[in-house]
Design a protein around this ligand. Sequence first.
Ligand SMILES: Nc1ncnc2c1ncn2[C@@H]1O[C@H](COP(=O)(O)OP(=O)(O)OP(=O)(O)O)[C@@H](O)[C@H]1O
Length: 749
Amino acid sequence: MVDASGSDGLVTMMDGADAGATAVILSATRDASFSHEGLMWLSQQLVSAGVTDYRLLSRDSVMLSRHFLSEDAADFHQVALLELFEKLNIEAGEWTTELALIALPAVALIPDHGYAFVYAAGGPGEWLVETQVGRRQYSAWPVGTLFLPASPASKKAVPQTAEELFETILRKDRAWVPLAAVATTLSSILLLATSLYSMQVYDRVIGQGGLSTLIVLTVGVVIAILVELGLKLARSSIMDRAINAIDVDASVSVYARLLSVRLDQMPASLGTLAAQVRGFETVRAFALARIIYLATDLPFAVFFLMVIWMIGGFAVAMVPAIAFVIAAAGGLSLRRAIAKHATNEMSVANMRQGVLVETIQSAESVKAAGAGWLLQGRWNSLSRESANESMKLKQLNDHAAHFSGLMQQLSYVFLVATGAYLAVDGRTMTVGAIIACSIISGRVLGPVAALPGLLVQWGNSKIALDHLEKLFELERDNHGILQSLSPSHVQGKLEVRNVEFAWRGQTTPFALNGFTVQPGERVGVIGSVGSGKSTLLKLFAGVIKASKGVVCLDGMDVQHIAADRRSELIGYLPQTTRLISGTLRQNLTLGLPYVSEDLLMAAIQATGLAEQIAGRPEGLDVRISEGGEGLSGGQKQLVALTRLLMCQSSLWLLDEPTSSMDEGTEERCLMALKEQIRTGQTLVLVTHKARLLDLVDRLVVLTPQGIALDGPKDKVLDALRQRAAAAQQQQSGIVTTKSNLRSSVQAPS
Ligand SMILES: Nc1ncnc2c1ncn2[C@@H]1O[C@H](COP(=O)(O)OP(=O)(O)OP(=O)(O)O)[C@@H](O)[C@H]1O
């Protein structure tokens, strides 16, 4: 073990030999702060200790602090840990209370204490454990302790496409296939019992009057039916677990993918995006149905054909075989049409979802403008289209089902006819054999009956997979970077070199070259509406990526800095504030788990948020619903600004931080910002408010064509005043000339 206490005494670390070649650093102390310097120091120690494969839980591993544990978030905590393990390529098992049953190493979650790492058994009922205070031998675990097996995963390639993702997940969770196959095999064999029972009853009981045989056969067949029921239940329980595991895996991966999509890559239609993300359920449903179909249904159709052949001979077996081929060909001939309508139906459903999301998001504006009819019109036409497509799909499905039903009936009739002919003509078949064969032939055609449903699923799954592929094609944060940079701190020098950026659908891109902000400078950016001020700030923050040129922070391409680290280093306040559902405290400490209560109190006092919540009995635990509903626009902005004050970053990017605030609150926030932004820290402030210019020394005037003015604040303001005066003079000149003209025209000659 490498002793980490030299750095800040708050972290625990296991070396490679004991922890299975992966060192895990965990914190169990509420005030623990993984300073970046501390982590760098630790990584050096690890390297010098010969640990080649190690992971550091950086500060974004917020879920590991007790602060969160002691809140309402035990579940969140555990899920977050799993996600973190996924990120770190650590294979995690399932949480359990029985340490004896799992493979080590494992993580122990001890109530009211935090985490420990269990790396080996130290003897019967003894475990060697690493906690933040060092290595220990444990024999009794506090009640409620949970354990999670955690071992270094084999190096796995991250799926690059949705198809790869599903293949990986299905391959990983294949253990259910043999179990389900065994259950299906046994239940299919037992099903034969019913048909063989009929054969024996007709041939041996009725013909020869063997009543005792009848009793034995009946008891036997009832037992077989009950065993078959048990097997069917077992099969569905195995399947349900498999579906659950696949759903969780797929949904975690798809959601993680969505979260990592870069802002400028996010599709414009949120409704469609939501439907795309949900599409994994459709893909999973088809993937499983296909496996079951190919692994069990089809092979058993062949098996049952063989049984018919054995009982009734070749001619009898040929009847269901021919019916099978014709029914399958009929179903498959509708494949294209089914796929087409399934695609249409799904696209329309996605669009409808889009309208729904838009309606909810813009309900207030739509009502204010009295424009509900516009959305209602879109909804109506999409509903009609959707109903139309559903109907066509249902019709095709029905056609296929009716056709396979027809073939089943014809197969039954011809099988009985062939059997009867053979029974009458050559006496090669008995009545019992005819009945047994006709019962079994129903099973041969079972897979054909399932074909239409499978084709619809296939069509839906194809389109859902296409949509998911589109999500996977979107560029992510740190796109194309193998090893992103993780600087310990930044000085705050910003440079824009030959940059071009166009939003989706924008014809004239935002373009800027040779603009620099030196470390410690405080720059105000003003300009007309739509001149690109917010776009510039987003480029600085790295949340969008220039299509040409480069934006640098301290000489590094800002896109090369790890996205998680970037959000720690840069205090970026976007123009629109959206809170997330939870408590006010959670929103204030979002991404800041180690913020002390004192710092939190100081920040809410400084901005005046404390007074806003003073009247609320829940205080900081007041519930906030989705998107921050329940707070006014100004209050939301106040929350976001208060959070930023606690970030302690040295580079501040503020986009109209007080635009929704009244004068008093704005004044208070201004004071708080002045106090917080220390000498040497860099500030870029976008604003339309003259009062906020108190914060800056340099002023830049941005126009859609580029920078119009740039220099010391007073000089730029003077220049602007002069321009305004000149423009006013010119305006009055024009007015005078016009009135002179008018009077000269009107004057009597
Ligand atoms: N998310 C977006 N999607 C598409 N276009 C966008 C998006 N955000 C901004 N734009 C476009 O980019 C241009 C610059 O917008 P930006 O928000 O940077 O201007 P701004 O100077 O900050 O304006 P304002 O003073 O109104 O905040 C505008 O023409 C706008 O239409």
